[in-house]
Design a binder for this molecule. Structure first.
Ligand SMILES: Cc1cc2nc3c(=O)[nH]c(=O)nc-3n(C[C@H](O)[C@H](O)[C@H](O)COP(=O)(O)OP(=O)(O)OC[C@H]3O[C@@H](n4cnc5c(N)ncnc54)[C@H](O)[C@@H]3O)c2cc1C
Length: 298
């Protein structure tokens, strides 16, 4: 019986084997994925999902890996990264492949004189990952713009998802339960002036550069915002700013960012555990990981 990787290759779908996940995560950490597949069209995505389901192999979906920590032992089964990167405008709507990067879409919308996406221009992920996470910044969230999406179930069945079905809330979407794989998303933008949109994007980029440690590998804010508090403030007040575990460090610049300074995923997880424990002991507040943790220990 042929392995799933060979079956996918036979269908002309790009596949690699023992793919280092540190190459596909902004944290630059993680062991290898057994099989790494990058469908480049909806048809390839559908075929890949059907074959993976029939093979019984475990499926893991990733976008740009900007909110992921992959453990040092890597990921068994198949990792699927949809490379659906085309987009078009229909009136004030943007219809884009889930693999499009947010900064590309923000730029394109600005050039069209369509406002709404400036908040997302500095979030270093794909549209698919942003919808899954309901990514947000500076008062905007992707769920605010979402109209509908085309997705595939893990069985490879095509479905249309409405805003109601997505049930967006803080860093949450219905996809986190359903496991559907997004292929295409429709966002509602509003007419604006290119100059004003670009000025807003530039202002937000400066804010990010001033506040965030963008020169070291991270997955952004490691923890979700607890109710009535800010994770970074709690971490700072507990004296953890700058703390190291192995090669992982709480950022000196922004205590909500945990950094990979030359460590392993284990170092990063141990630092997360230390931060969670200390903050709980000193404040009674439990921090919850915003970063999604995948794979196996070494
Ligand atoms: C420097 C830095 C700054 C950041 N700033 C912000 C910020 O301001 N606001 C914010 O919200 N986040 C921020 N992040 C976190 C991250 O960029 C967002 O969560 C982003 O939306 C993740 O997108 P991604 O494509 O990288 O997804 P990944 O990290 O690859 O995946 C995240 C989740 O999305 C799922 N997913 C990805 N693609 C699909 C798809 N096509 N179909 C179904 N599921 C899919 C994956 O299964 C995974 O569970 C930051 C990260 C970094 C490194």
């Amino acid at each position: 019986m042929q392995g799933i990787g060979e079956q996918l290759l036979e269908k002309g779908i790009p596949v690699s084997f023992s793919e280092p996940m540190r190459l596909h995560t902004t944290l630059r950490l993680g062991g290898n994925a057994d099989v790494f597949v990058q469908p480049e069209s909806e048809a390839q995505l559908e075929t890949a999902l059907r074959l993976i389901h029939a093979s019984g192999e475990k499926l893991t979906v990733i976008g740009h890996g900007s909110n992921l920590l992959v453990r040092d032992g890597g990921i068994r089964g198949v990792v699927l990264m949809p490379r659906l990167c085309t987009y078009a405008f229909e009136g004030d709507c943007l219809i884009a492949g889930a693999g499009c990067m947010l900064h590309t879409l923000s730029e394109a919308a600005a050039a069209k004189g369509l406002a709404g996406l400036a908040f997302a221009s500095g979030i270093p992920g794909t549209l698919g990952g942003a919808v899954f996470m309901n990514a947000g910044a500076y008062g905007g969230e992707i769920g605010d713009l979402f109209v509908s999406a085309v997705a595939y179930t893990v069985l490879g069945e095509r479905v249309t998802l409405t805003k109601e079905e997505m049930a967006f809330s803080y860093r949450k979407s219905g996809l986190q339960e359903s496991g559907a794989v997004l292929s295409k998303v429709c966002l509602q933008l509003t007419p604006g002036k290119e100059e004003a949109i670009r000025a807003e994007m530039a202002e937000l980029a400066i804010k990010r550069r001033d506040k965030q440690p963008l020169n070291f590998p991270s997955a952004g804010s490691t923890f979700k915002r607890p109710e009535n508090a800010f994770a970074a403030q709690l971490i700072d007040h507990c004296g953890l700013r700058g703390t190291w575990v192995g090669g992982a460090q709480v950022s000196e610049k922004h205590a909500g960012f945990l950094l990979n300074r030359s460590g392993t995923s284990k170092d990063f997880l141990d630092l997360m555990a230390l931060v969670e424990k200390t903050v709980y002991e000193k404040t009674g507040i439990r921090l919850e990981s915003e970063v999604r943790i995948l794979g196996e220990d070494e």
